[in-house]
Design a protein around this ligand. Structure first.
Ligand SMILES: [Zn+2]
Length: 339
């Protein structure tokens, strides 16, 4: 066994057999921001076999205070987070197959991304994606670990479909938009994210090592500023849960039309066009050259206008910075990229 894992193999619950199990594991990480970079860092150093990192965003200077895999050069270049993270992680541990996917996780792709995964991890910043992930994981019997942090507090919970409560057992329906605090309204402290993500990573290792008897049952909530640690115990899945009890998965209903969504804390709206053919970024760059300042490479195109900055990905998805109004973002999208 490689010296790389020597201290972990010494831990009795891991051992040589556990290390072999980790090497056979395939993990899907949804979201690679503050929580996701910590989760990915732990799992790649621990030697999971394969880690797929899906993220829809690019690195900005305001990320660097807590998103531990990114540096100043990533932010200056505005690199896609999944690609920047994968490059760092390959330097950390070339034995792990790290697969970056620059995409929005939505009903049209969540089940194919999850196919073959041993475990899924929540590195998202929004409940829309968490309810989607919960539906997909319960439907396909894949364990996942919920994690969230804002301000100085955060929460985490492991979900083993059929064995432990799922997200909808605790919260049957998502809160309406604008009700919950976000990193934009409340800020976020790096230690809050780090503690929550590391606790989530510990549950992930237990799941990958088959130590389900050691899982924390229910949700842990903590605040690193007030030093409050609370458990919300829940022994078993609820039989009246619409997801794991009644097995209805409304969040998987695929959108047939394009949609626009304001991103948490970003003064940015994402426009997604499911099913649109791949864009040629170089053709688009030539077309937009007269409109504003355009830069592009094979991963993204960036158009700078007076009040807005539009980033376009090959899958025709766009991030429109400078507004939180979905209608305005859609109008800018059709004006510059085309309907
Ligand atoms: Zn449930």
């Amino acid at each position: 066994m490689s010296e790389r894992y020597a201290r972990q193999v010494l831990f009795p619950a891991v051992g040589e057999a556990g290390q072999t199990r980790l090497a056979a594991a395939r993990v899907l990480l949804v979201g690679c921001g503050a929580l996701g970079t910590v989760l990915a860092n732990v799992l790649v150093r621990a030697g999971v076999g394969r880690l797929t990192i899906v993220d829809r965003d690019y690195v900005e200077p305001s990320n660097l205070q807590r998103q531990v895999l990114f540096d100043d050069a990533d932010a200056a270049a505005g690199r896609p987070k999944a690609l920047a993270a994968a490059e760092k992680l390959r330097q950390v541990n070339p034995e792990v197959l790290v697969e970056p996917v620059v995409a929005d996780v939505n009903p049209s792709n969540v089940e194919s991304l999850l196919a073959g995964a041993t475990l899924a991890l929540d590195g998202t910043d929004n409940f829309e994606t968490r309810y989607l992930l919960n539906d997909a994981c319960v439907k396909h019997g894949v364990p996942w670990v919920y994690a969230a942090a804002v301000g100085a507090h955060g929460a985490t919970m492991a979900v083993v479909p059929g064995e432990t409560p799922c997200l909808r057992c605790l919260f049957p329906d998502p809160a309406p938009p604008g009700v919950l605090p976000t990193c934009e309204t409340d800020g976020v402290l790096a230690p809050a994210v780090g503690v929550v993500a590391n606790l989530a990573a510990a549950e992930a290792l237990k799941l990958l090592l088959g130590a389900r008897d050691r899982l924390r049952r229910g949700m842990l909530w903590l605040d690193v500023w007030t030093n409050a640690f609370e458990s919300l115990p829940l022994a078993a899945p609820r039989s009246d849960c619409p997801c794991c009890g009644q097995r209805t998965f409304p969040f998987l209903g695929a959108p047939t039309t394009s949609y626009a969504l304001a991103l948490c804390g970003r003064n940015t709206v994402q426009v997604v066009v499911p099913g649109r053919p791949e864009l040629s970024l170089s053709e688009l760059a030539a077309r937009l050259a007269a409109v504003g300042q355009v830069t592009h490479d094979e991963h993204l195109l960036r158009l700078r206008l007076d009040r807005y900055e539009i980033t376009v990905f090959p899958d025709a998805r766009a991030l429109i910075k400078g507004t939180t109004d979905p209608a305005l973002a859609r109008a800018l999208y059709s004006r510059y990229i085309g309907a």
